[in-house]
Design a protein around this ligand. Structure first.
Ligand code: TXA
Ligand code: MG
Length: 304
């Protein structure tokens, strides 16, 4: 593993692609505006879309955020390391470009061993969006990371095929309410079981997560959706992604054993469909509970 080379790249204000348990991230020094700007150029990201800052431990979080409440600390301690990002009041050392000019910063402690090794070795907070070109599905395999960022002046750390396959859950605590800004594999039910507070998907809070305004997760083929339990549209030229195998013919059928398996494979399957030149991708929409919520969200955006 090129951890030392990755550390050197960060110290030279360059970017490093690293695996997390969710998706590959495109990281840079979160306390240096020039480094963070490189991320926006490399992935063609709209400048108003803030980045999540990655740290190896809770102490690291206190270096970029302040006024952390007891509830926020309990959430961090319980779900970290893992696929939960928390929006917290930011410290002034975090440059505006990282937070899209907001007075808050998104933080998370990833659990992938390579991410933790990299974050501990570099000894700096690392801001990182998903390592795709903006609008495209996020990379969840080394092959995808290499497809998007190979040939650019970055180091790519190989973490194989990633566990979750969808981006982290993003939440914000206000007073004693919890708002879900992006669904992920830490589900609202899990947050409720731990805190007794059911996260709200308040539409009027949407402005607080600028990332949700932009087109996202789109493969080249057009994505069509059908509800679970219904018959999928018939098209023998199309790819079908399903939890229940139908009788009709498709050019390619991707059948998943579970919602988790579907979420884990979604972006990779989109990538494989693009490689095959498939023009129509028909996807079964899972029920909107548990991990199905995040998967539905990504599928609906891919189909927009
Ligand atoms: O799983 C993940 O979170 C991955 C890996 C690399 O950690 N990262 C990721 O980053 O998905 P990105 O940039 O693709 O998505 C970050 C999301 C965006 O929707 C952004 O608007 C939101 O988090 N966000 C970041 N900082 C925020 C802030 N201060 N306030 C509100 N939303 C914020
Ligand atoms: Mg992204």
């Amino acid at each position: 593993m090129h951890i030392q080379k990755a550390v050197d790249y960060i110290n030279q204000k360059k970017c490093v692609v690293f695996p997390t348990e969710t998706v590959y991230g495109l990281g840079a020094d979160a306390l240096d505006a020039e480094s963070a700007e490189n991320i926006f150029k490399l992935k063609n990201r709209p400048p108003s879309n803030p980045l999540i800052v990655h740290l190896p431990d809770i102490d690291g979080i206190y270096s970029v955020a302040e006024n952390i409440t007891e509830l926020e600390l309990r959430l961090l301690e319980h779900f970290s390391p893992g696929p939960l990002s928390l929006i917290l009041p930011k410290k002034s050392i975090v440059p505006d470009i990282v937070t899209g000019g907001l007075d808050t910063v998104g933080v998370r402690i990833p659990s992938h061993p390579v991410a933790l090794e990299f974050l501990r070795a570099v000894k700096k907070p690392i801001c990182a969006p998903s390592a795709n070109i903006s609008g495209k599905p996020s990379p969840t395999t080394y092959e995808m990371a290499e497809f998007y960022m190979g040939g650019k002046d970055v180091v790519i750390l190989d973490g194989g095929s990633l566990e979750c396959g969808l981006e982290s859950t993003v939440i914000k605590v206000e007073n004693s309410d919890i708002y879900l800004l992006r669904a992920g594999s830490v589900t609202p039910e899990m947050i409720f079981d731990f805190t007794g507070i059911m996260p709200e998907q308040d539409k009027k809070q949407n402005h607080q997560s600028p990332g949700t305004r932009y087109p996202h997760y789109k493969p080249q083929g057009r994505v069509f959706l059908y509800d679970t339990g219904k018959h999928p549209p018939e098209d023998n030229q199309a790819a079908l992604l399903c939890l229940k195998r139908p009788n009709s013919d498709y050019s390619k059928i991707y059948h998943f054993e579970s919602v988790r398996d579907y979420a884990h494979s979604l972006y990779d399957v989109f990538f494989q469909c693009d490689k095959l030149g498939i023009k129509t991708i028909i996807c079964e929409l899972p029920p909107a509970d548990g991990e199905g919520l995040a998967l539905r969200d990504r599928l609906m955006r891919a189909a927009e």
